[in-house]
Ligand binder design. Structure first.
Ligand SMILES: O=P(O)(O)OC[C@H]1O[C@](O)(CO)[C@@H](O)[C@@H]1O
Length: 527
């Protein structure tokens, strides 16, 4: 399927993006999607009408539409784990029935939401000053990213996020928390994750050590009610969710509690409404005008067709500074798979490496490579039409100007002639030529730009759901299971086995030479 597109692309090799604009002055309109005040512009890519048609045919051929319906209607599309994939139900505020194994899941979803809202309101109205969410991966990245993104709406207690098993994380956090007025949220779908359970125990011991009663100071967010009860959390303080909510898709439900406490139940509902609005668009819009579908197809064009191994997510929105990290899990844990649903090796690249930093900071760090390095890095810019600081409009204008300048620079570059005229007054002869060559920027580097009105709760919901559905579409086309993560298991097993070797309780005799040497060195330098 990719071979035809690769052949087509090879035949057009060398054709420049700026030439496409010269050929078709209305290109910006044809290669973009505007939906409910949000614009996804993919005109600064090498895509033309023929490529686009071929990509849409790929999506049709892969059965994206049928699979999409299967997901929304509760079919068990997570085939390796035999589970439905229904994070969309968590934001189905209308409560339209969604059945799993013949049972409507919505009454329980809405009941849990109401319980969360009651607790959030109680905590916001109590003397609790600090909330510490202890979780990792999907039980950390979503609420952490969202709480920062929605800082202008944050009117509840301070929120902290502890994830790393490195004791530095919890130690540094606890220093900032008054023991008498701090609440801990243990967020773990399985309630077995070693990092989270170790940090939770340390928090419990700390509270006791400070002479503060632990009663009412711990809340659990988990699918594993039994383990939460064993841990000593009373049932009314446990907020459950079903196995059809994947960890990295879970910020819409109980895992979002810290964010709800921060911004309040009403704004959290607005976030859910935003997600639901994107669901409706994704479910109903034809493929060619469907934002998540086109975001996916543009990404696959760059990765699976043109072979660009990474993509940079570059939000020109400082409050989205954790979005790249959030998307790393969402995209790489979902689509970083080497075998298809049928167990056969993929015959193309799996999902790309996703990375990024907010602009303009990144410009002063790694953009040099993006502009002049030998590898092409497709860039995904994001920017709000307006900011939350009316008194600082000049900052926002500079931010937007920088965002647009970068995509323009990537596309047009600077030719040798232009570079020569830049330095003509300073150098002559061979030195002029040498200096000019250093200033050439090849250009013809693809980027997309997502423009949204304002980073408010509803818009954040739309953005997160947009990326979730992009991952879904890419997964369907690759025919992989985007909803398991077996690749992370081996490292966990080996870490468990290595624990007693690190403490010196067990001899590392059967380990490879490198691991043995590292252990020896660590032991020698540990005291
Ligand atoms: O919520 P849990 O069960 O603690 O898991 C945390 C994270 O660990 C993973 O399973 C990967 O190890 C993620 O998928 C998940 O988000």
């Amino acid at each position: 399927m990719w071979d035809d597109l690769k052949t087509l692309a090879a035949a057009r090799d060398g054709r420049r993006i700026d030439a496409l604009f010269a050929e078709d002055p209305a290109r910006a309109a044809s290669f973009s999607i505007e939906q409910d005040g949000m614009l996804f512009d993919f005109s600064k890519t090498q895509l033309d009408a023929e490529f686009l048609a071929a990509l849409i045919a790929v999506a049709e051929g892969a059965g994206v539409e049928a699979r999409r319906e299967a997901m929304f209607s509760g079919a068990k599309i997570n085939e390796t784990e035999g589970r439905a994939v229904l994070h969309t139900a968590l934001r189905n505020l209308a409560g339209t029935p969604v059945e799993v194994d013949g049972k409507d899941v919505m009454p329980e979803v809405l009941d849990t939401l109401a319980r969360m809202e009651a607790l959030a309101s109680e905590i916001r109205g109590s003397g609790i000053t600090d909330v510490v969410n202890i979780g990792i991966g999907g039980s950390d990245l979503g609420p952490k990213m969202g709480t920062l993104a929605l800082a202008p709406y944050h009117d509840g207690p301070r929120c902290h996020f502890v994830s790393n098993v490195d004791g530095a994380d919890i130690a540094d956090t606890l220093k900032r928390c008054p023991a008498e007025t701090t609440l801990f949220i243990i967020a773990s779908k399985t309630f077995t994750t070693i990092e989270t359970m170790t940090n939770a125990r340390t928090a419990w011991d700390w509270l006791e050590g400070q002479g503060v009663a632990t009663d009412g100071r711990f809340v659990a967010l988990s699918s594993n009610h039994e383990k939460a009860a064993d841990w000593g959390i009373p049932a009314e303080r446990v907020f459950g969710f079903e196995d059809w909510v994947g960890g990295r898709y879970s910020m819409w439900g109980p895992i979002g509690l810290s964010m709800m406490i921060a911004i309040g139940p009403d704004d959290f509902r607005a976030f859910l409404e935003g997600g639901a609005a994107m669901d409706a668009h994704f479910r109903e819009a034809p493929l060619a005008g469907n934002m998540p579908v086109m975001l996916a197809l543009v990404g696959m064009w760059h990765n699976q067709v043109l072979g660009h191994a990474t993509r940079a997510v570059l939000p020109y929105d400082n409050r989205l500074s954790r979005l790249p990290a959030y998307l790393q899990q969402l995209e790489m844990e979902s689509n970083g798979k080497g075998v298809g649903m049928d167990g056969a090796d993929l015959d193309c690249n799996s999902g790309p490496v996703v990375w990024g930093e907010p602009g303009t900071n990144g410009q002063h760090a790694f953009y040099q490579l993006i502009h002049q390095g030998t590898r092409v890095v497709p860039c995904e810019f994001m920017v709000a039409a307006r900011g939350h600081e009316p008194a600082l409009k000049h900052h926002h204008a500079l931010l937007v100007a920088n965002c647009l300048a970068q995509s323009e620079a990537l596309m047009r570059g600077r030719s040798l002639d232009e570079a020569r005229s830049k330095v003509a007054g300073q150098f002559e002869g061979d030195e002029l030529e040498r200096q000019a060559r250093h200033r050439v920027v090849p250009g013809n580097r693809p980027s997309t730009t997502l423009v949204y009105p304002l980073l408010d709760p509803r818009t954040l919901g739309r953005i997160v759901a947009l990326y979730e559905h992009r991952v879904f579409v890419e997964g369907v086309i690759l025919n992989i299971n985007s909803y398991d993560q077996w690749g992370v298991e081996l490292g966990k097993e080996l870490a468990t086995a290595l624990g007693p070797m690190v403490t010196g309780e067990q001899d590392p005799g059967d380990k490879d030479g490198s691991t043995q040497a590292l252990l020896t060195f660590l032991h020698r330098n540990a005291s």
